[in-house]
Design a binder for this molecule. Structure first.
Ligand code: HEC
Ligand code: HEC
Length: 292
């Protein structure tokens, strides 16, 4: 640790730390987008059978035994593999309770299980399939055009930087910081909850790739306004301010209540110590006195 401290103050170390941070972020990002890109449609018969078994065990209580829908949840016939992939890979489904807005959460199923259920739903009613890795690839995409398309189609709900925003009736459009290219593509294809469906007629597959390129690029641009706080939105900013503020308040409270040692305190302590020593010495002399 000593050698780190010794070198930390050199300006070069600052750049090295920045570079290390960027590499770590890049690797994390790569790992995240790779899981999205692996999603290729599977139609093998055993995948479908496996998906059906999983569906009956976890989803049918709300969506019905044949995915026909109940008064709790809509029919999934014709929603397609893309919708299942979007809902499950972002942890929205299986829903915990009916009625609440389903938000991004921990994913409780493996990639293969999600693909199996998606294949089952695809097999019973068709619908938009999961896009291939090439379809969501941003290689050669036009980011400037993507920015314009984003402003025209998405920003009114998701905000200009894609950091989310409030909608009417207490609903909100989430931040787009975490969505993988495949999730962005399937969100546009299937229009979850209050979001409209962007069919290939409304936004061509090329336009969708341009938008994905714009969204994923805004995450890597430096933030002119200072710390971005992950561009997650007002909640995190509030939390940071809250925690920081609490820290300062605690420090002030500690400083106010800390006892100052005044000169007369020191004198008093000295007197007390002297008195104590005197007592113990006299005590010992008394005990030794009784002994003899
Ligand atoms: C607790 C009840 C509940 C459970 C369990 C549940 N869902 Fe849902 N699901 C809902 C509700 C309610 C909606 C409609 C609200 C929404 O779109 O977010 C919905 C919507 C969906 C949609 C979007 C439909 C559309 O029209 O785009 C998909 C896909 C879906 N569920 C798949 C699943 C799968 C797959 C499972 C099992 C792994 C599952 N759900 C488990 C309640 C449930
Ligand atoms: C009318 C408002 C509205 C518009 C316009 C809209 N969205 Fe959405 N979007 C939503 C809402 C609401 C959700 C959350 C749905 C849910 O939780 O089921 C959402 C969810 C998403 C998600 C999932 C985010 C995540 O990480 O879970 C992505 C990605 C997304 N939208 C992309 C887009 C793109 C790209 C466009 C433009 C082409 C767009 N949206 C236009 C309202 C909107």
């Amino acid at each position: 640790m000593g050698w780190i401290n010794a070198r930390r103050r050199r300006p070069v170390a600052g750049y090295a730390a920045l570079l290390l941070g960027l590499v770590v972020i890049g690797l994390l990002y790569g790992a995240l987008t790779r899981t999205g890109a692996q999603a290729a449609p599977t139609t093998a018969q055993e995948d479908i059978a496996n998906g059906q078994a999983l569906f009956e065990a976890t989803c049918s209580s709300c969506h019905g035994l044949d995915a026909q829908g109940t008064d709790q949840a809509p029919s999934l016939i014709g929603t397609g593999a893309a919708s299942v992939y979007f809902q499950m890979s972002t942890g929205r489904m299986p829903a915990k309770e009916v009625g609440a807005e389903n938000v991004r959460g921990p994913v409780r199923y493996t990639q293969q299980e999600i693909l199996d259920i998606a294949a089952y739903i695809q097999s019973i009613g068709g619908g938009p399939p999961i896009p291939t890795a090439e379809q969501v690839s941003t290689a050669g995409a036009n980011t400037a055009l993507g920015s314009q398309l984003f402003m025209a189609n998405c920003a009114q709900c998701h905000g200009f930087a894609g950091d989310g925003g409030a909608l009417t009736y207490g609903k909100f459009a989430p931040s787009l910081t975490l969505a993988t290219p495949t999730q962005i593509y399937t969100a546009m294809l299937t229009g979850p909850e209050a979001m409209p469906v962007f069919s290939d007629g409304a936004l061509t597959p090329q336009a969708k790739r341009d938008i994905i390129a714009y969204i994923t690029q805004t995450r890597t641009e430096p933030n002119p306004g200072g710390l971005s706080l992950g561009r997650i939105g007002p909640v995190t900013e509030g939390l940071v301010v809250f925690l920081g503020g609490m820290g300062v308040l605690v420090l002030i409270a500690m400083w106010l209540t800390a006892k100052r040692r005044e000169p007369w305190d020191v004198a008093q302590e000295e007197n007390a110590r002297e008195a104590r020593t005197a007592e113990t010495t006299s005590g010992t002399s008394r005990t030794s006195g009784t002994e003899h």
